[in-house]
Design a protein around this ligand. Structure first.
Ligand code: FES
Length: 166
């Protein structure tokens, strides 16, 4: 279910929502954190919707959404990392999921709208790369559901659901 605050924003036609960055407890700004180019890296593999693998070097401190975008991985991120959609949905390995802080209430609200939700689902824009992520595999869902409170990128109408990849 949508939180009361999110519903109020929807009714007001809001275009941006911010939420807590669950992994470090700070406010997540539009686009994700700035990380130095010489920050340490870890190897992460994305299992893409067609089950192909893409192994990338991820800078510690970046969000998983940023890592995907920098490596031409088709993880949409319709709201650009402000926790107002569910198009950056990723399924984490349980051993990683268990090490993370609980998702914020806002993230849970968005996850409720994600296609193919699992017990280890999280939003890629809300997870920060850490050194203990070396070698992990992240599963991308077969489809996404776009319910972004801003204008939809496919038709500029707002808000509505849209399925992709299916
Ligand atoms: S990009 Fe919209 S919630 Fe992550």
């Amino acid at each position: 279910m949508l939180a009361r605050r999110s519903l109020a924003l929807l009714r007001a036609g809001a275009t941006r929502v911010r939420c807590s960055q669950s992994s470090v407890g700070a406010v997540r700004h539009h686009g994700g954190p700035h990380v130095d180019k010489d920050a340490p890296t870890v190897s992460i593999t994305f299992v893409q919707p067609d089950d192909s693998l893409k192994e990338v070097q991820a800078r510690v401190g970046e969000s998983l959404l940023q890592v995907a975008h920098q490596n031409d991985i088709d993880l949409e991120g319709a709201c650009e990392g402000v926790c107002a959609c569910s198009t950056c949905h990723l399924i984490l390995p349980k051993e990683l999921y268990d090490t993370l802080e609980e998702p914020s209430e806002d993230e849970e609200d968005m996850l409720d709208m994600a296609f193919g939700l699992t017990d280890t689902s999280r939003l890629g824009c809300q997870i920060t790369v850490t050194e203990n992520m070396e070698g992990i595999r992240l599963q991308m869902p077969k489809a996404t559901r776009n319910f972004y409170v801003g204008k939809c990128s496919c038709c500029l109408a707002a808000p509505h659901s849209r399925f992709e990849r299916g």
